[in-house]
Design a protein around this ligand. Sequence first.
Ligand code: FAD
Length: 508
Amino acid sequence: MSNNSQPSSLRKQSIVIVGGGSAGWMSAAAFATHLSPEHFHITLVESKDIGTVSVGEATIPGILEFNQMLGINEAEFLAFTKGSFKLGIIFKDWYEKGNQYMHPFGAYGVNIQGLPFHHYLLQDKADSGSSMQNLSPYCIEYAAALNNKFSHPQPQSRSPLASIKYAYHFDATLYAQFLQQLACSKGVVHIQDYITDVSQHPNGDIASITLANGPAVEGDIFIDCSGFKGLLINQTLGVKFEDWRQYLPCDSAIAMPSETLEELKPYTISSAHENGWQWQIPLQHRVGNGFVYASEFLNEQNAIDQLSTQLPSKAIGEPRTVKWINGKRKNVWEKNCIAIGLSAGFIEPLESTGLQLVQSAITRLLSLWPNLPVAKAVRDQFNAYTNDEIDAIRDFVILHYVANKRRDSSFWQHCQQITLPERLQNKIALYESSGNIFRDNNELFNEISWFSVLNGQGLTPTSYHPLANNLPAASRKQYFKTIAGAMQEASASMLDHGEYLAKYIAQS
Ligand code: FAD
């Protein structure tokens, strides 16, 4: 396939993507956009007989950058994928039954005298016993969400509207179709066939894939987007999987769509139950619902029954079960194969991080794209970064299960027995002792996200940053009043989310 007489940087590379789920088509669309056809030939192979996991409907703000990187028109994309805007996640009954909090995408208040706002909230609580339960007055995304409002950021505004952070909900199958059209229009060769075998060079590199009905497909670089089984990275190259069952008990989900609701909510709802949690994702044409549970504590039929009785509207589809093991591939880049998507690892969907991991792998790969043969140093760099990234997300998700007052079932009692990874232990200890939160290298979730969940899950530090004491109490109160007033005014000026979305799509 490759012309070995040319310098490696000049040889045309053949990239073979195995799998046509979200990971496969996100990869194909991004590579086709950024790697010139003069130097790269891209093929994607998928089997309609196997199908895709077809969940992955809630995202986090990084998706905006990904879509922009592909030159996607936002309104067209939302119209095609039946999408909606998302300002964050409302967590119900996670800390204790009856409690709710939000993990919004934006910030609380503003830094004052260089200190993060949450130190002043903690100081206020210590001084005057104020509640930290509902922080919506200090966060535009939170305030807007509770009022069902949405606006794009308005950079010229001097109000909180300037910096609204958002992501999307969308139909995962339609997103893959949207990207497929884009990728194929940019020259990606699409083969629909079943891969029956994989052959390797003597050095272990993958040489080609054998198809049930067509000629073998050779390649220089293979992207494994074949889903949980990891056709190349696992079944061919035997890269080990690090199992995180001991940290994250939920390993199954039932997905079932229901009719749209009168109000189109600009947020995902995650409601904790006795044996897991339920997601609710508002789309234009349906509500995406799912019940995530631990099979050790609940059987499939009971999970289906629970979800069926707790749907927010009438079911419009049959329940579908998905099973997984939380964990990661020890090296996602092995030989000439890079695993992206579920083949690389998976952390249950509580914080909507699946597609984010896909897009960050793609952008990282683009920035480290190898000359041939692949240098070990390039692979090592990619693997180290990927490991760090997923470990930090794992810790963030574990936090929800362990920091709470729920003890009302064997499932929640089990969560209290989880031994925390060291990094998470340190993070909690730092926060509890000082109110400080530090973002480690490459960490996806920033200090504000950590604060939202640490506070929302009921952790209260014993102190706050001493520099907060430089601000007299009266000035602090005045800041709070001004900030809350500005948030209220800004959210009142926003349109109803459903109305905003309809107008936005119609104007495009
Ligand atoms: P898949 O969708 O499984 O695709 C695998 C592809 O490989 C298919 O096209 C299949 O045909 C092909 N294939 C496999 N074997 C062969 C073969 N032998 N021959 C030919 N083709 C083959 N992420 C989010 O960001 N937000 C969420 O809200 C979210 N919710 C989730 C909820 C659940 C319950 C689960 C399990 C995941 C969720 N995710 C979420 C993660 C997200 O769904 C995945 O990251 C994303 O769909 C990527 O999947 P994939 O493309 O890797 O695999």
